[in-house]
Design a protein around this ligand. Structure first.
Ligand code: FAS
Ligand code: PHB
Length: 389
């Protein structure tokens, strides 16, 4: 069999790429090793940048997001038991939308299937070959698919990155992880609260008017079994408390898990006609809410580059993909590291902890510092000339 683009992975990156290519009349096949229910129920990111919202809306997959997503015009930084609001609308005239990653995935799968896409779930033993030709292949389930381009959208633990020639990786692991919960409880705040308490970081986010999403900083090697529901709630009350009467509403836990924190960038993001995007190429700590947004920003550039290659015979855009994508990847990697360093307690480094508090005070007191946070958090403007078509 043959196709124009073979995509490994049906996460947000693989699915959006398949959709954006379809809008250009370019066919693709998506091969996903998990089943559809698993992919649609994985609880991960929760915040969509301004540009992500516009891209999903403009490409016809934003209707449910616009109906159910929660638009936020600011966020709260809480330290020394006081809250400081960063006003996105006033500072940069942009907003974010709280809408779970799994909802984006459901919307993309529904649209791709409605458009007759070749989405293959529960595909085992995917293998990539023919990379020294301009007809690379993907083999799975005993069938070989030849393509003009193979895309590794297979996440951090995927198989595509290992095929990249001259691969160089840089990374940083952090001495802490995030314990995340999903609770059947109405959010106790209208906007996200990022709290830096002497016990550690806590984040109050949400998924809907009746579902709250929260996180606690825990040691990197923490064991989930050591955290009873009562202990989780007790620590959330402690870390989120302020001197202005904040109260936290509890509810039954629907999900809990521990996510390690790392920064990771692999270059190049392409070899011949194999190209990677999203978590297959880079990982950021979730503090800045960049992970999924950065994956989708890669796809915006990549869909334009593949369109240029396969529709207009332009090699230049495709060859420039890595350098173009990396400019945003590194700015988002810096921002995610900066937010993580500012908000998490390092414990064994009192100098770093004092710097973090000073950085928070700077953001709270200085309009330019607050505007810099607001600009990156709501999403850097996309580069000129790189559209998704
Ligand atoms: P994904 O990992 O989402 O998708 C890759 C897909 O490829 C998966 O469906 C996988 O099953 C499939 N695959 C892998 N190997 C394969 C193979 N060999 N053959 C076929 N298919 C294969 N980001 C935030 O912004 N905020 C958060 O709070 C946040 N929380 C997170 C929590 C966790 C536990 C994790 C792991 C990530 C979190 N992220 C968060 C980051 C996350 O949202 C990613 O940035 C986002 O999923 C990236 O999307 P993709 O690049 O599509 O990769
Ligand atoms: C989430 O709602 O899952 C979320 C929100 C903001 C972050 C990280 C995670 O910075």
């Amino acid at each position: 069999m043959r196709t124009q683009v073979a995509i490994v992975g049906a996460g947000p990156a693989g699915l959006l790429l398949s959709h954006l290519l379809h809008l250009q009349g370019i066919e693709s096949v998506v091969l996903e090793r998990r089943d559809r229910d698993y992919v649609e129920s994985r609880v991960r990111a929760g915040v969509l940048e301004h540009g992500t919202v516009e891209m999903l809306r403009e490409t016809g997959v934003g209707a449910r997001m616009d109906a159910e997503g929660m638009v936020h015009e600011g966020t709260i930084l809480r330290f020394d038991h006081h809250s400081h609001r960063v006003d996105f609308r006033e500072l940069v005239d942009r907003t974010i939308t709280v809408y779970g990653q799994q909802e984006v995935v459901k919307d993309l799968i529904a649209r791709r299937l409605a458009d007759g896409a070749d989405l293959r779930f529960e595909v085992d033993d995917v293998a990539i070959g023919g990379l020294d030709t301009d007809r690379p292949t993907v083999t799975a389930g005993g069938e070989t698919l030849s393509a003009d381009v193979v895309v590794g959208a297979d996440g951090f633990h995927g198989i595509s990155r290992e095929h990249l020639k001259g691969l160089e990786t840089v990374d940083r692991t952090y001495a802490f992880s995030w314990l995340g919960i999903l609770a059947e409880a109405p959010p106790s705040t209208a906007e996200l609260v990022y709290a830096r308490h002497e016990n550690g970081f806590a984040l109050h986010s949400m998924r809907s008017p009746s579902i709250t999403r929260m996180y606690l900083q825990v040691p990197a090697d923490e064991v989930l079994a050591d955290w009873s529901d009562d202990r989780i709630w007790s620590e959330l009350h402690t870390r989120l408390a302020d001197d202005d009467g904040f109260t936290l509403t509890e509810g039954p836990l629907l999900d809990k898990g521990i996510t390690p924190m790392r920064s990771f960038v692999a270059t190049p993001m392409q070899t011949g006609r194999l190209v990677t995007c999203g978590d297959a190429a880079h990982i950021v700590p979730p503090t800045g809410a960049k992970g999924m947004n950065l994956a989708l920003a890669d796809v915006r550039v990549l869909s334009h580059a593949i369109g240029g290659l396969l529709t207009d015979g332009r090699e230049d855009l495709f060859e420039a993909y890595t350098d173009t994508a990396l400019r945003r990847v590194w700015r988002a990697t810096w921002f995610s590291w900066w937010m993580t360093s500012m908000l998490h307690v390092q414990g064994d480094d009192p100098f770093a902890d004092r710097l973090a508090l000073a950085q928070l005070a700077q953001v709270a007191a200085s309009r330019p510092a607050a505007a810099m946070l607001a600009e990156s958090y709501t999403g850097l403007p996309y580069e000129q000339g790189w559209s998704y078509r």
